[in-house]
Design a protein around this ligand. Structure first.
Ligand SMILES: [Zn+2]
Length: 336
């Protein structure tokens, strides 16, 4: 572990409103950072005035957020060469001098995200520089979701579908119930859910809402949830023949002593619009937040351009297709 200590002091945390819960401590950290770190304070202030527009597509809520501060992240070059040629911005020794954090578990640190999408937005980084992968970190993911769950939702972006630092393991957390999916979880389960596997309260559910292809994993037992998740991962690998982590985004929340995870298996990192030139281009790079119905565009022209047909196209291209989804669901049913 690098010899850098960024931990905020207990006295500072108390001064900024921390109580015993982890969620109150991280929000106190954010309050401290907004005050002592100029860029961070300015960017959270700017978020308050940001433009959004909303759609209901066949009952599914989608909101577009015009967020110029996200330009770097949306347009990030994540190929091997570009990654090797830049200094890792999540390594502790490269963080801005103002940055402070709160340790989590034995080797993670909770940091404020200075380029927010949410009124409270955090990046939870591993202390050492190891590649982004869920394998080996799933238990930490579940405990983060539980411990932050009263105020925040935690998410994971795979190294090839949304993580702007595919070379450095991290999760993110944002204000609870801001992503439209979180408020429609029960509705989607009821209207489009197909239970594929179940063990008591712990279930794997396939959801094709005609916009996106999603797997919900829900329940109260971490071992069962982990087992269901890895069954899903190996079914995707069986289908694609790929040995590496399949492209996926995961969003996790915690309510009434139960976890709810939405897993989005992906076909592509970016839709065709991203690679077009001139007027046809739409700079959108979907990750967990966008898949959950909050689409981020850093350019105003794209904010104006996005309509229902384009939103459908974007989801249609980045989600796995219907045929694959049905095959996958069949494989999972047979595997129970
Ligand atoms: Zn790093």
């Amino acid at each position: 572990m690098p010899d850098v200590n960024l931990n905020i002091s207990e006295a500072e945390l108390k001064r900024f409103g921390a109580s015993d819960s982890l969620s109150s401590r991280v929000i106190a950290l954010l309050n401290q950072q907004k005050q002592s770190w100029d860029l961070c304070g300015k960017n959270y202030e700017a978020l308050k005035g940001i433009k959004t527009k909303s759609f209901i597509i066949n009952g599914i809520a989608v909101r577009i957020q015009f967020n110029p501060g996200r330009i770097k992240s949306t347009s990030a070059k994540v190929d091997k060469k570009s990654i090797n040629n830049r200094k890792c911005f999540l390594c502790l020794e490269n963080l801005p001098p103002e940055q402070r954090g709160i340790p989590f578990g034995k080797d993670f640190l909770i940091l404020c995200n200075p380029f927010p999408i949410f009124p409270e937005h955090f990046t939870i980084v591993k202390s050492n520089h190891v590649p982004q992968q869920i394998n080996g970190n799933f238990d930490v993911f579940l405990s983060l979701i539980k411990e932050l769950g009263d105020k925040l939702t935690v998410f994971y972006n795979g190294p090839k579908c949304g993580a702007s630092a595919p070379d450095h393991m991290h999760f993110q957390a944002g204000t609870k119930d801001v992503m439209p999916l979180e408020n429609q979880y029960d509705l989607l389960t009821k209207n489009y859910g197909n239970v594929l596997m179940e063990n008591g309260k712990n279930k794997l559910i396939a959801v094709d809402d005609n916009l996106r292809k999603i797997y919900f994993i829900e329940g109260n037992n971490p071992e069962d949830l982990e087992m269901l998740f890895y069954k899903l991962v190996s079914a995707i690998q069986d289908l694609t023949g790929d040995k590496e982590e399949p492209m996926l985004n995961i969003v996790g929340s915690y309510k009434n002593n139960e976890w709810k995870l939405a897993v989005f298996p992906r076909a592509k990192h970016r839709p065709e619009y991203f690679y077009l030139e001139g007027n046809d281009k739409i700079m959108v790079s979907p990750a967990a937040v966008d898949m959950s119905g909050l689409i981020i565009v850093p350019r105003e022209e794209d904010f104006e351009k996005l309509d229902e047909a384009k939103i459908r196209k974007i989801y249609g291209q980045v989600c796995i297709n219907k045929k694959k989804f049905e095959k996958l669901s069949l494989l999972l049913r047979r595997a129970r």
